[in-house]
Design a protein around this ligand. Structure first.
Ligand code: SF4
Length: 274
């Protein structure tokens, strides 16, 4: 199968190939930032190395005086290692993860997610007490987990908590199968960076730019989908805020019109961030 192709299989019929987009492949950049296994390769890039390089770029884009750099376990680790390398500051593990509890984003309710983080992560008082911390994470979705992490670190004696995120703010939902949240649940869709900083309780907050991601990957913009960051959906999506994002039929059971398109880029292959 090619990018942009659907194969329809029906009993007793020959398979039919349908094209819903041109064959230009644009890989989900979140695969490289977060989803993919660090030991895997995409577009010729090892994902651990790519994330470490995002951390180096982040240290250059958003430096701050501090005593040590630590990751949000476990996914923030490669970028934190890169940030430490780029800044020349020591790298420490200031939190440990309980391996036996589930990932918070698959837990259904907000209350359960909030309980989840306190069970899942414990600060190492010996590492963080009396220290100015740079805490590196790969993304912020709702902000509630981050807020709890900042509170846990302060409770363990951290004097300053500077949050650094190795991806740009997530402003838009994904319509291509990645379960980011609907727009109203994405903290960056309705809040400025300063408002998010205030919500999570950090002393400072910075995100890596799209340019920084591309620099770390050393690949052009048109190889990727960046839509949840910049709203330029490579394949137009039907949009109706009254509908759930996975509902593709209207109230009468008719397919929704593709006429209503949100954020569809005129030329999605061009990098507007250059
Ligand atoms: S919208 Fe975001 S999560 Fe979805 S495919 Fe594009 S980059 Fe990936």
């Amino acid at each position: 199968m090619e990018p942009g192709e659907i194969i329809v299989l029906e009993e007793g019929k020959e398979p039919v190939s349908v094209r819903f987009a041109d064959g230009h492949e644009q890989l989900c950049v979140f695969e490289l930032i977060y989803f993919g296994r660090p030991d895997s390769y995409m577009l010729g890039r090892n994902l651990y190395e790519s994330r470490r390089r995002m951390g180096v770029a982040l240290a250059r884009e958003a430096p701050v005086a501090a005593d040590l750099v630590m990751p949000v376990p476990d996914t923030g680790a490669p970028a934190a290692a890169g940030y430490a390398e780029g800044s020349g500051l020591p790298y420490r593990e200031g939190m440990v993860r309980n391996r036996y509890s589930g990932r918070t984003f698959i837990q259904p309710s907000q209350a359960m997610r909030q309980r989840g983080v306190t069970v899942k992560l414990s600060p190492l008082r010996e590492v963080v007490a009396g220290k100015r911390l740079i805490v590196v994470d790969d993304s912020i979705v709702r902000g509630t987990t981050t807020r709890q992490i900042v509170a846990l670190l302060r409770k363990a004696g951290a004097t300053e908590v500077h949050l650094r995120v190795s991806s740009p703010p997530i402003h838009h939902p994904c319509f291509y199968g990645i379960d980011t949240q609907i727009e109203t649940e994405l903290i960056a869709s309705t809040n400025s960076v300063e408002q998010i900083r205030e919500f999570v309780g950090a002393d400072s907050l910075s995100y890596l730019s799209i340019g920084g991601v591309l620099e770390a990957l050393d690949l052009p913009y048109d190889r990727f989908c960046f839509a949840c960051f910049d709203g330029r959906y490579p394949v137009p999506v039907p949009y109706d805020t009254a509908r759930h994002k996975f509902v593709l039929e209207d109230a009468d059971g008719e397919p929704v019109s593709l006429g209503e398109v949100k954020g569809a880029a005129e030329n999605p292959h061009e990098n507007p961030h250059e």
